[in-house]
Design a protein around this ligand. Sequence first.
Ligand code: ADP
Ligand code: MG
Length: 607
Amino acid sequence: MDAFWRAARRMLLFRGRLALAIVMAFVSAGGLGAGLLAIGPIFQAMIDQGRPLPDLAREFNERSPIDIPAGLIAALPADPYNGVAIIIAGLCVLTLFGAAANFLHLTLSLGVVERTVARIRREAFGAAISMPLAAVSSAAGGGADVVSRVINDPQQLGVGLGALLGRGVAQLSKGIAAFGAALAVNTRLTVLTLVIAPVMAVVIRKLGKRIRRAARRALEHQADLYATTGEALAALRVVKIYTAEGREASRFKHANREALAQVLRARTARAMSSPIVETMAIFAVAGLALIGIKAVADAEIAPDEIVTVLAALGVAGASLRPLTGIVNDIQHSTGAAQRLNELLARDAEPGRDRDLPRLPRHSESIAIEHASLTYPGADEPALIDVSAEIRAGETVAIVGPNGSGKTTLLSLVPRLFDPGAGRVLIDGLDIRDHSVRSLRRQIGAVTQEAVLFTGTFADNIGYGVPGAAPAAIEEAARRALAHEFIQAKGGYDARVGERGTALSGGQRQRIAIARAVLRDPAILLLDEATSMIDAESEAEIVRALAELSRGRTTLVVAHRLSTVINADRILVLDAGRLVDQGTHDELLGRCDVYRRLAERQLVRADG
Ligand code: ADP
Ligand code: MG
């Protein structure tokens, strides 16, 4: 439950509300305590006309450290009936106050719990989004597991926190108030009763243990019965031939008797428990009654005090009993708290340290040196000792069969994954020694599935440049050849994906291209879509990408022959290895992997 308490401590963030909620719980419980204190005078009024209120007040002053002022006592009615009427009226007012306090306690504590849950959820999302990509994709169930941790676990934790701060505090404060009332009325009697309570608790526990143990033994003997019966019947042929029926029957009789004895023992313990507890309770009450009556006879205690103490202790017991259910709730949410703590304790991805120097804008080269990478949990490496140097402004195509490591190679540049061995240098600087933000800020990417977010066209294009001017967004869209269809679909402020704005694969791609254009990256990473684009869109996308990559260092995972032919250089990957590099014609002449790819897999859009 350690994890739970650590999470519960988060509620201290809302100290003021938390304190007020607890105070309100105690105010409400105080009403209950006062009500219990009023039992005495009312009871007395019932049996013998009661005593005047001023007498009661003076008596109270003798016992209590806080005095009722004499002026107030003088104002109290001397007539006992009026006195009780005042007490009852007071109780009604107190009940109203108690109800209001109760309401305030519950609303305030629910507020604290929900705010804490929302905050933890926010932190969990923050931790999840700054985790290294590898951590998310390798978590069991991938992203779905993380989603559940961010959404479900805080909610589950909230159940426990609610139980603690709501019912837990309410019941505890009521128990304390009732107990306090009993103590205030008669300390000796209360303490005496308290001595009996643990004795009863011990007896009840012992009985419970006995019942459980006997039940377990009974089950074991039942298993014996199964074994004996099964064995005899499985070997029935042998039993019959050896005429051993009598022996088997007596073996069974023996096992059966044992099982019966155990069941009977469990039955005894079970049947004993409630009579024992009840008898003990009656004896306890009888003992208390005897002690009480003796005390009354000796004029040490008033009869109404006995009634009040017993009633108050009964209320205290009834208030505290539900706490076991609350403990259960808390234990339930401990699992969620543990998972959340794990998530929150996760290291953020490297390179987020504020002290790291910024990477200057790329202007010379990108060098991948002896990079190898094995995904967490994978058996085979995705990249094996890949080295390549790309000059600034060059367009390099990466080709290879499915699963050969093209996407992985591309993801080394923005440091989505760090190579297990080897390094990536930009303009001769190791990217691991620089802030990952300053690295990514210079990179634009268009991925295979163009990812669009909820929001308008303008939001989606401006995703990488918060606060971009509408004119800049429109310019980017024009250069990505997206302006026209955006106009047709209701303009830049229309929401993407809503009625009438369903987009084709090609249109989504062009939005993604516009997003990259707006960011004006020095480095461009393209993962060409393999399919789903009609011929017309295809031609436009090729033009848009050509426009985009002008003057930028471009790495493109190529699936189209046209892209490959237009590239300055082609890298050929096969099973994680860089097997060759060169121009289209060079590779056709000497590289088998490339020739096969060019013949079978590269899409010939333009003949
Ligand atoms: P390509 O883009 O050439 O099709 P990838 O770079 O996507 O190939 O993948 C290379 C290899 O690494 C494949 O065997 C693939 O199954 C594996 N792989 C890719 N991404 C992950 C990942 N997140 N976790 C584990 N294995 C991965
Ligand atoms: Mg890929």
